[in-house]
Design a protein around this ligand. Structure first.
Ligand code: NAP
Ligand code: MG
Length: 501
């Protein structure tokens, strides 16, 4: 297929020029073909059209990339670089991303099926802010000095801790926020002096590869960041198993996270896992219905529900349940579905055929298990991976669609009467990533925030994150926290130094 002949409406000249360049692997500061010579297609989810081919890295390429990352980690250029200079490189990268913000947003909208306006605000501008925040940490890493009582009476000691980089970090990311996930993973690792081998999700490699170009332009030494595109079962699994990788940072599904955790333990790698969720949205009876309808719609329909914190279980006080469901169904049916690059669109397609099949499968299961579809519940359009935003009611507490993560625009609304009981219902899940509570009663809000078992509890909002707020999961939603100081701790090893004076 001649990709240079493809016309994609809504792409600027820079994005087109990027698509026309070959998509190779970034290893040791060079763009190289996969050792096998293989490639795989990148698909536009709005049209099902192939937009380019991408190098398919596997074990051999991962091995080369890990060697390059190890050499960069041990070498003086990066290993002895002043923190202030690492900060400067990260800020250079942020400036370059800002300079190419429109291009990055267009590529992200094309690759994932995102609404361009959201891609600009959330995926690009938000990610640049995150990068600048993390750049600031490079110069603020600190240990402690500690009083000790060890040794014999009369002996004197000085004790302190150092926080040192872990080494070579293998980073594996999902397709729902590809550029943001690259920066969430790379920036704390680089701020603290690690080196990285990043494996993007096979469905969404475009912005990771453009970012790779910008990383070289920003001036990072060769081998500090390596990017190997390819499949999880081959490239991803060999990164996790590689004995020269010191840490694995993974964002993705809980089943894959469990496999990775077991494999990483063979060589005792440091590990952080950001996994799935089934986040409750709990609406008390004292709220403004219109506000809550907007909030609940955003909680589940943003990014087509392909958000790990998506508010997929909606519990509404009986007194306003029907009004909220009616409003939410109205909001759901008013979305204009289309290509994210079309300015008239306010909801794009799902990312892939696989995801479309998965979401439609859950909707069928929901019906088969007795649920009522209030609106949506069907594939929309016959080209592209579109699903109409879907609201279910009358779903039993043990139904599949209330237990399992769907990762699509599907919400289950359930009424409740008793405030004590709803906290238990909200926690009745193997997940614990996030939750929101909607109320005007400040004491109730605090009480619910304490009782809900989740890494983030929002009150009167949902899906809002901040670089300074730790983010991660309780229970089977993960292991470790990203963002803020916690991310810096996750990418450094504390070392105790004890000196007898
Ligand atoms: P996924 O299937 O688990 O894939 C995530 C990444 O892991 C991809 O790069 C994938 O590669 C790779 N992978 C797959 N099998 C692997 C293996 N055996 N060894 C090593 N790597 C492997 O998840 P997804 O479908 O892309 O993303 C959706 C999931 O991510 C949802 O469950 C969502 O909740 C979760 N998520 C969580 C957060 C959070 O912060 N907690 C954020 C976003 C998403 P390929 O796909 O290229 O084969
Ligand atoms: Mg794609």
């Amino acid at each position: 297929m001649k990709h240079e002949n493809i016309e994609i409406a809504g792409l600027g000249a820079d994005a087109k020029a990027f698509l026309a360049r070959p998509k190779k692997l970034l290893i040791g500061g060079e763009w190289v073909d996969a050792a096998s010579g293989k490639t795989f297609p990148s698909i536009d989810p709005a049209t099902e059209q192939e937009v380019c081919q991408i190098a398919e890295g596997d074990k051999a390429d991962i091995d080369k990339a890990v060697k390059a990352a190890r050499a960069a980690f041990e070498g003086p250029e990066w290993g002895k670089m002043r923190p202030a200079d690492r900060e400067k490189l990260l800020l250079n990268l942020a400036d370059l991303m800002a300079k190419h913000a429109d291009e990055l947003a267009e590529l992200e909208a094309l690759d994932v099926g995102k609404v361009l306006m959201f891609a600009k605000i959330v995926d690009v501008a938000g990610t640049i802010e995150y990068l600048r925040y993390m750049a600031g940490w490079a110069t603020k890493v600190e240990g402690q000095t500690l009083d000790v009582s060890c040794g014999m009476p009369g002996q004197e000691f000085q004790a302190f801790t150092l926080r040192q980089p872990i080494g070579v970090c293998g980073q594996i990311i999902p397709w729902n926020f590809p550029l943001a996930m690259c920066i969430w993973k790379l920036s704390p690792a680089l701020a603290t002096g690690n080196t990285c081998v990043l494996k993007p999700a096979e469905q969404t490699c475009l912005t990771a590869l453009r970012l790779g170009e910008l990383i070289l332009e920003a001036g990072f030494p060769a081998g500090v960041v390596n990017i190997v595109t390819g499949y999880g079962e081959t490239a991803g699994a060999s990164l996790v198993a590689h004995p020269e990788v010191d840490k694995i940072a993974f964002t993705g599904s809980t089943p894959v996270g469990k496999m990775i955790g077991k494999s990483a333990m063979d060589t005792m790698k440091r590990l952080s896992l950001e996994l799935g969720g089934k986040s409750p949205v709990v609406v008390m009876g004292d709220v403004d219905v219109e506000t809550v309808v907007g909030g609940a719609a955003n909680a589940i329909f943003f990014n087509q529900g392909q958000v790990c914190t998506a508010g997929s279980r909606l519990y509404v006080h009986k007194s306003i349940h029907d009004k909220v469901v009616e409003g939410l169904a109205g909001a759901a049916s008013s979305f204009n579905l289309g290509s994210g690059l079309d300015p008239n669109t306010n909801m794009g397609p799902l990312v892939s055929q696989e995801q479309l099949d998965r979401v439609l499968g859950y909707i069928e299961k929901g019906r088969a298990e007795g649920g009522t579809v209030v609106t949506g519940g069907v594939r929309a359009k016959d080209k592209g991976y579109f699903v109409s935003p879907t609201v279910f009611t009358n779903v039993k507490p043990d139904a599949t669609i209330i237990k399992e993560e769907i990762f699509g625009p599907v919400v289950v609304a359930t009424p409740f009467e008793d405030i004590e009981e709803v906290a238990g219902t909200a926690n009745d899940t193997v997940y614990g990533l996030a939750a929101s509570v909607w109320t005007r009663d400040i004491s109730l809000a605090y009480k619910m925030a304490r009782r809900i078992k989740a890494g983030t509890v929002w009150v009167n909002t949902h899906n809002l994150i901040d670089p300074n707020l730790p983010f991660g999961g309780f229970k089977q939603s993960g292991f470790g926290r990203e963002m803020g100081r916690e991310a810096i701790e996750m990418y450094t090893e504390p070392k105790s130094v004890l000196i007898q004076l």
